[in-house]
Design a protein around this ligand. Structure first.
Ligand code: MTE
Length: 324
């Protein structure tokens, strides 16, 4: 979002994989008889998605029951689009990282919980999944680059993980970190980025009902390019807060510098709450392009989730930049 001169949202439409172009490519593969061949290698699934070559041991857990309290409010984004138009800088600073991300090994996957907690632990992802109440929620997902999608995530409320950790009264922040491994994530060879990708929420945000740990998508395990095996969804905030492929949760008293804040705090702040009335220093935020329909639609404050979260920010002053 920072280093490249041209922003993702400015990419000419011709470079973005539209559904039509995508389907065109599938038809082409079918015509030349390659579809089955590639699907057989595990790179493309029968539905055309880029998915893991090795079966995911959590596959049998899905689909999980939908929690109807959380609806997207508009057309769900086709899976073929939301799983092939991604931001995951560990695998490249462009949208077409879905193939490169397949290099990530997601088993074994150990999650560390540490810091100001009663229950420090290292827990394997499948043990964690077994202890958490899984459900499906349909959320809107708004990127700071002014595109958006609507996704059926599966996973569990982040407050369940906070409960498991049992933070002490001193803990004010929950800091999350992505894996670090240059041998699979070539983006991490770019030394000017402050790896590992780090994000954080206040404890009040992390225990808000809306904060969700994603482990699945479209009734299946979440694909690597979307942050397998564990990523965050906080739909009232810009997408860069929604850290992928998390390996560590630390409870701290101090607010950490987050990945994008460290790179450019004037453009990507800590709070990052969606607000159509507060432009990014280099572009407007009052509308967004729905990547499913291609239509430009108005952006809503807190991405339409204000009723659930606006109270969290009532004591922030303008100089705290709650919307930046
Ligand atoms: N997490 C990590 N580890 N690395 C990243 O580059 N990009 C963020 C966020 N989480 C990113 C990340 C940004 S900018 C966005 S918009 C969302 O992931 C994109 O999520 P999606 O690809 O599932 O739509």
């Amino acid at each position: 979002m920072l280093i490249k001169r041209r922003e993702g949202w400015e990419i000419p439409e011709s470079q973005v994989t539209s559904e039509t172009a995508y389907l065109g490519r599938r038809n082409f593969l079918k015509t030349i008889g390659m579809g089955g061949l590639i699907a057989g290698s595990g790179i493309l699934s029968a539905s055309g998605n880029v998915r893991a070559a090795v079966a995911d041991p959590s596959e049998a857990l899905y689909p999980v029951p939908r929690n109807n309290a959380y609806e997207g409010g508009r057309m769900m984004t086709p899976e073929e689009i939301s799983t092939t138009y991604n931001n995951f800088y560990e695998f490249g600073s462009h949208k077409n990282i879905s193939k490169a991300a397949q290099a990530l090994k997601i088993r074994p996957w150990t999650v560390k919980i540490d810091g100001m907690v009663d229950n420090e632990m290292e827990i394997g992802i499948d043990d964690l999944l077994a202890r958490m109440p899984l459900e499906e929620r349909v959320y809107r997902h708004r990127c700071v680059e002014a595109w958006s999608m609507v996704v059926p995530w599966s996973g569990f409320a982040l407050k369940e993980l906070v409960k498991l950790a049992s933070p002490t009264s001193k803990a004010k922040y929950l800091v999350m970190q992505t894996f670090e491994d240059k041998s699979v994530a070539s983006g991490q060879k770019q030394f000017w980025y402050p790896w590992p990708y780090t994000e954080a929420l206040t404890i009040e945000e992390a225990t808000n009902d809306l904060a969700f740990m994603v482990t699945g998508m479209y009734g299946k395990p979440v694909p690597k390019q979307n942050g397998a095996p564990l990523r965050l969804a906080v739909p009232w905030k810009y997408g860069f807060k929604q850290i992928k492929s998390i390996v560590r949760f630390s409870f701290t008293e101090e607010r950490p510098k987050t990945f994008w804040e460290e790179l450019n705090d004037k453009e990507y702040g800590f709070w990052a709450n969606v607000n159509p009335g507060v432009p990014h220093p280099r572009w407007r935020q009052d509308t967004e392009r729905d990547i499913g329909t291609g239509k430009r639609i108005p952006t809503e404050i807190y991405n339409g989730y204000g009723e659930a979260v606006a109270h969290l920010y009532k004591d922030l002053r303008q100089k705290d930049r709650p919307f930046m």
